[in-house]
Design a protein around this ligand. Structure first.
Ligand code: NAD
Length: 290
């Protein structure tokens, strides 16, 4: 007899994004048909990093599709901290700008934290300002949650993945993904472990995860023997290997063991952009008193 093919549930961030973006688009159309201006996001890119250019291009395209106006500021690599701070001050003061996004990483001569601190927390749609990170710690709904953690939360919730009391193991403790995600998963009452490059043996942790989320940027770091049978596996990693984009998870191996898994591409990536659109809409509603 032929061996039955075991198919894990595919957590399809692309399809879910399409439906959420459809709803965002309808809501914006409703506002503009009532005579309100469209939501507006200022997108700032410093330098010529090719990956950053692609990300910024995708974000602007997604904005345009749902009716969010994006204002583009492309500054040369040798822009000074002072010049960037002046632009941010101008955008903070502009009532027609609802959200400000400064694409990271910045060139090494510009201190990232100073730039993040300069963005008005009310326009900080990336959620990186310490005031918004603090709201995440304090579990206050009125802050902005960083886009990748928020996108993952929406994806898991959509597929009915229970988090309360579950063992969530996050591999990667970066500022953009791992750290804020650990706070969000705690908010959802999961038992959270966070591994990083100094963790002695990550598989000791990953093997007991009900929900395993990897955000390291190390291609195929997560192998089948590191995953518990029936786990939900979320792959945040994006790495270029030759002409292919691969994640942190060895998808072909791990899919045999997982109950559910995100593909790369088409999983967390589109959800991150969708979360940015949701945060921009939230900033707009508040700014316009809607
Ligand atoms: P980062 O460099 O800030 O953090 C990486 C983390 O991984 C660090 O905590 C580091 O200690 C840990 N790490 C590195 N190698 C490890 C190893 N061998 N074992 C255990 N831990 C290890 O990176 P980041 O900004 O958090 O991004 C991580 C990855 O996620 C990258 O591939 C990035 O491209 C991707 N990313 C994807 C999206 C998306 O929308 N899908 C969004 C943001 C980032």
């Amino acid at each position: 007899m032929e061996k039955a093919l075991k198919m894990p549930l595919l957590l399809d961030g692309k399809a879910l994004s399409e439906s959420i973006r459809g709803r965002i688009s309808e809501e914006i159309e409703e506002y503009t048909s009532r005579g309100f201006r469209p939501p507006t996001l200022a997108v700032v890119l410093v330098g010529e990093d090719p990956a950053s250019k692609v990300y910024v291009g995708n974000k602007k395209k997604a904005c345009q599709k749902v009716g969010i106006r994006s204002l583009s500021y492309e500054l040369p690599y040798n822009t000074t901290l002072q010049e960037l701070l002046e632009l941010i001050a101008q955008l903070n003061a502009d009532e027609e700008v609802d959200g400000i996004l400064v694409q990271l990483p910045l060139p090494p001569h510009i201190p990232q934290q100073e730039v993040i601190l300069a963005i008005s927390p009310k326009k900080d749609v990336d959620g990186f300002h310490p005031e918004n990170m603090g709201r995440l710690v304090a579990r206050l709904e009125d802050g902005f949650i960083p886009c990748t953690p928020l996108g993952i939360d929406i994806l898991l919730n959509h597929y009915g993945v229970e988090l309360k009391g579950k063992d969530v193991v996050i591999v990667g403790a970066g500022f953009i993904v791992g750290r804020p995600l650990s706070l969000l998963m705690l908010w959802r009452d999961a038992t959270v472990s966070v591994c990083h490059i100094h963790t002695k043996d990550i598989s000791e942790y990953t093997k007991r995860a009900d929900i395993l989320i990897s955000a390291t940027g190390v291609p195929h770091l997560i192998k089948a023997n590191m995953v518990k049978e029936g786990a939900v596996v979320v792959d945040v990693g994006i790495s270029r290997v030759g002409d292919r984009i691969v994640g942190d998870v060895d998808f072909e191996e791990v899919k045999e063991k997982a109950f559910a898994i995100t593909p790369v591409p088409g999983g967390v990536g589109p959800m991150t952009v969708t979360a940015l659109l949701l945060n921009t809409l939230k900033a707009y509603r508040r700014n316009m008193g809607l």
